[in-house]
Ligand binder design. Structure first.
Ligand code: NDP
Ligand code: OXD
Length: 313
């Protein structure tokens, strides 16, 4: 197979560095040029314009620059070619750092100390060991499993929930609809690392949060969402914080991004906000993986990390 040309179609992300690095090995056409171009065989995308990909008559594969692919499925005329999602040590490491950072901050009462400091309050709350706290990871995939390993090494009890059975040493695993309530009932700190699909949209709602374990050394349940914003209902999180269902939350993702300036989440004393920054896609680390995959595909090898279209991730 000939060396394929790439269409680079990124929305909300500056394409320059991606273009430079991809161009080291292949010809790159930058959207809005390239629509309908028969010489293009690969598309590298983030939130591509709807109907763009179906205009490419010889498209062979689509590469997401993120681990999530919901942005690709937003296109109503997606052509039937393989979709590759990103799996990279660098991205996984960033996400693991984010999860460990947020879990430890809640566990070690970071919010309380930050509230006490401006008031010069010298008060030490009771301290619990990590082993007394159970962290439940929703989405035990590439990112969830890495975060689980790091949390286990710190001594936390770890639960995991996935669509299919995913045994993992040291982790209490649950799966499917039947496993959801038992998983939540055994979880103090809920970490959400699910993809956004038809099945998972809105899954983090008041009813689900109510099922989290209440009697724990933390003084209440905690939510950490770094998956996707539309997994959660922002209003339900606020309600859960107000009525005591939740003690605190760390949110990296929101129903609407950027989080509107009018959102009460910005100034809520029990919410820690980051701007969808848990694990940023770095072209220096990700482009070589894409180029390797394209070369292997042209040698007749199968692509890795393919998206299951029916499952939506
Ligand atoms: P994977 O595809 O490797 O893992 C997804 C996990 O979710 C799997 O365990 C899967 O189950 C589980 N899952 C999917 N659907 C369901 C369901 N209906 N019920 C129960 N479990 C389900 O994805 P990654 O770990 O690589 O990434 C996860 C998500 O993290 C991405 O989709 C993206 O949205 C988000 N992300 C956010 C970033 C940020 O900066 N905030 C950065 C990178 C990613 P099974 O194992 O059975 O397939
Ligand atoms: C991703 C993201 O999906 O950055 O990789 O959100």
């Amino acid at each position: 197979m000939e060396k394929g040309r790439i269409l680079l179609a990124l929305t909300g992300i500056h394409p320059r560095r991606w273009q430079e690095l991809l161009s080291a090995e292949r010809e790159v056409v930058l959207e809005p040029e390239g629509a309908s171009d028969p010489s293009i065989t690969y598309a590298v995308v983030w939130k591509q314009r709807p109907n763009l990909l179906s205009s490419l008559p010889n498209l062979r594969a689509i590469f997401s620059i993120g681990a999530g692919v919901d942005h690709i499925f937003a296109d109503p005329t997606l052509p039937d070619v393989p979709i590759v999602k990103i799996v990279a040590d660098n991205l996984t490491q960033h996400m693991t750092e984010y999860v460990v950072w947020r879990v430890l901050d809640h566990h070690r009462q970071g919010m309380l100390y930050r509230a006490q400091q401006p008031k010069k309050i010298w008060h030490e709350p009771p301290q619990r060991l990590a082993g007394d706290i159970s962290v439940g990871i929703m989405g035990l995939g590439n990112l969830g499993r890495a975060a689980a390993s790091a949390l286990l090494s710190l001594g936390f009890a770890v639960n995991g929930w996935s669509r299919s059975d995913r045994p993992m040493e040291g982790v209490s695993t649950y799966s499917g609809e039947a496993g959801l309530i038992p998983f939540l009932n055994a979880t103090d700190i809920l970490v959400v690392l699910l993809p956004l699909t038809r099945q998972t949209q809105g899954i983090i709602n008041h009813g689900v949060l109510k099922e989290l374990r209440k009697r724990n050394g933390l003084g209440g349940s905690v939510l950490i969402n770094a998956g996707r914003g539309r997994l959660q209902k922002d209003a339900d999180i606020l309600r859960a914080l107000e009525d005591g269902t939740l003690k605190e939350a760390s949110l990296d993702v929101f129903e609407v991004e950027p989080l509107p300036k009018t959102s009460p989440l910005w100034s809520h004393p029990k919410v820690f906000v980051t701007p969808h920054a848990a694990a940023t896609s770095d072209p220096v680390h990700l482009v070589p993986i894409m180029l390797r995959q394209m070369a292997a595909f042209e040698r007749g090898e199968t692509l890795d990390n393919l998206v299951d279209r029916d499952a939506g991730y």
